[in-house]
Design a protein around this ligand. Sequence first.
Ligand SMILES: NC(=O)c1ccc[n+]([C@@H]2O[C@H](COP(=O)([O-])OP(=O)(O)OC[C@H]3O[C@@H](n4cnc5c(N)ncnc54)[C@H](OP(=O)(O)O)[C@@H]3O)[C@@H](O)[C@H]2O)c1
Length: 325
Amino acid sequence: MKALVCEAYGKVEDLVYRDMPDPIPGTGEVLVNIEGIGVNFPDGLLVEGKYQSKPETPFMPGGEFSGTVSALGEGSSDFLVGDRVLGWQSGFGAYAEKIAVPESVIYKMPESMSFDQGAALICATATAHHGLKQRGRLKAGETLVVLGAAGGTGIAAVQIGKAMGARVIAVCSTDEKIAFAKTQGADDGINYSQQDLKQTIKDLTDGRGADVVYDAVGGDAFDACSRAMAWDGRLLIVGFASGRIPTLPVNLTLVKGYSVVGVFWGAFTQKQPKDHADNMRELFQWFEQGKVVPVIDKVFSLSDGVQAIKHVTGRGVKGKVVIRP
Ligand SMILES: NC(=O)c1ccc[n+]([C@@H]2O[C@H](COP(=O)([O-])OP(=O)(O)OC[C@H]3O[C@@H](n4cnc5c(N)ncnc54)[C@H](OP(=O)(O)O)[C@@H]3O)[C@@H](O)[C@H]2O)c1
């Protein structure tokens, strides 16, 4: 099969498009012919050796995929050859034409979902869902501030925040991205490259501050939000796309009575598999109701996978990028 391979940790440009042996499904596994691969910000970090996990080289990056079950390993029982599925495999292995995965990491796709949508649904969207539901305990009527709101997980947080009944403030670096976030349901926007983020959050909430902040950006934006939280608020730590992991004067949490809560979706899927399965069911329902629908910004071929990753890490994306092998 063809694959995009990391032969040594280094630059994304050094990924090699080449033949790799076809994977063989082991006990309890299925083989999936991949139709779509979701590109995520961490794919670039993984190749550069800057991610939490470091698979042995050579490996294919990419954890998120959709496709058709093409063979069953011994003992696999929940799927049939021909089933349309989407899945997530611990952050690598998906930049390829085929993948062998345990049954536990795949889900049958709703009939009305395309392979591109399926490839784009799981990581960014399920992270936003888990973050806002289990970690943020977001309630209807609360104010949710989403940083980097036009990005993959940001736009999912906008859609899910609305599905959960919150008022959503989208924070983006350009007016064009804010306009995009509003097409996906955001009630208000803040352009943090031009407006004072802390002050504008306060202005838009009559001085109360944000009940929940979904922060996949970190850096200066985190610093501003840590001073614009409402009493009993939840500041969700999702990622550091700005490149700076911020530090927090913890007295702020005491004085303002808010919590800082970490969100690590990959670990959640393993430590709370039943809650993860329930979340996926709810996401599929929201998809079928048209409330949470992945927005595909651009589609690339696998041989152009380097450009696909660059498009995501280069801050240009509105929604999600998908690769079709
Ligand atoms: N905790 C978890 O379980 C989990 C799961 C998935 C992803 N993540 C993390 O979430 C973050 C976002 O992932 P994503 O896939 O949504 O990425 P994305 O689509 O590239 O979105 C990231 C957003 O961050 C903003 N940003 C600010 N400074 C940036 C910079 N210097 N370079 C690039 N973007 C910058 C951009 O919005 P503006 O231009 O509007 O500022 C961009 O739209 C990543 O750090 C990723 O590792 C965490």
